[in-house]
Design a protein around this ligand. Sequence first.
Ligand code: AMP
Ligand code: MG
Length: 335
Amino acid sequence: MVERVRTRVVAVDAESPQEEVIREAARIIEGGGLVAMPTETVYGLGGDGLSAEAVARIFEAKGRPATNPLILHVASQQQARELSRSWPEVAKRLSEAFWPGPLTLVVRRAPQVPDAVTAGLDTVAIRMPAHPVARALIEAARRPIAAPSANRYTQVSPTTAEHVRAGLDGRVDLILDAGPTQVGLESTLVSLVEDPPRILRPGMIGRAELGQVVELASGDGKEGRVVDEDVPRMSPGLSKRHYSPGARVRVVDEATFAQLIASPRAQGRAFIGIGAKASAEGVVYLPDEAEGYARRLYAALHLVDASDVDEIVVEKPPEDGEWEAVHDRLRRAMG
Ligand code: AMP
Ligand code: MG
């Protein structure tokens, strides 16, 4: 068996990150190493986005197929433009409205972007994160940082440094711990190489908000599935089980949820419900508003999955538009 060295976890202030911590992390990135960093969405597994070798290490650490492209994280509009062959008017409008923030834009790529980042596609996904630690690290490293979620392939994305350590200990050179992430779900992904722009992956910046800035391809509420089944080359990373925990996930209505909790077979199951009830062993209740629910969903999945059950029963969230990203992730977790 290969012995892996335990990864060092360093605490860093989420609001005003300590300079010496950022400097050390930046040196690792510059040297081709990997740093797990907090962003406002989930923790990212960061490496030099312009180095094919560093990017190869990211794929290796995650056990992710190289056919699945990465997002490049930037600290300025200028940096984003340098990564793209053209920066259309819609990119300008969306980035000015929502950056820094949880929105990723897919545009034509510039020649300097390594093939490894885009999995050979002619497009590149770019985002400017809002998290002060991510921003400081990108600036200090003086290059875009490629950063997929800091989890092993097909595992649930990490929203705490502990989630990262549990999945990637020994596979990453440093983990920056700035506490739990704010948004809790991956960024909204919008393709700008189609006209009108299309949502490839819903996120907490919703269709309604985006629609106030640009006209979007008509939504049938199933973007994730459309991408999965019909246009796999458009977004190869959107494989169905991308976000799944080990146990089977089942989403049921309120009445069935109540019935299953009370049933004698409840021991082999864990439950994720909605509303202000006290969580108990094997049962986690999440807030009944979308933002709070999204922020805590992955932590709940990590928690109940660790309790080694066969099935995770989830009470179905409301259908309103602001829950679209939550439904998308639950669908993927169901496989
Ligand atoms: P993650 O690795 O969890 O950060 O997710 C990144 C997502 O962005 C994956 O689903 C990728 O498939 C998607 N992605 C990255 N680059 C592109 C691209 N050029 N076109 C379409 N989707 C992309
Ligand atoms: Mg991921």
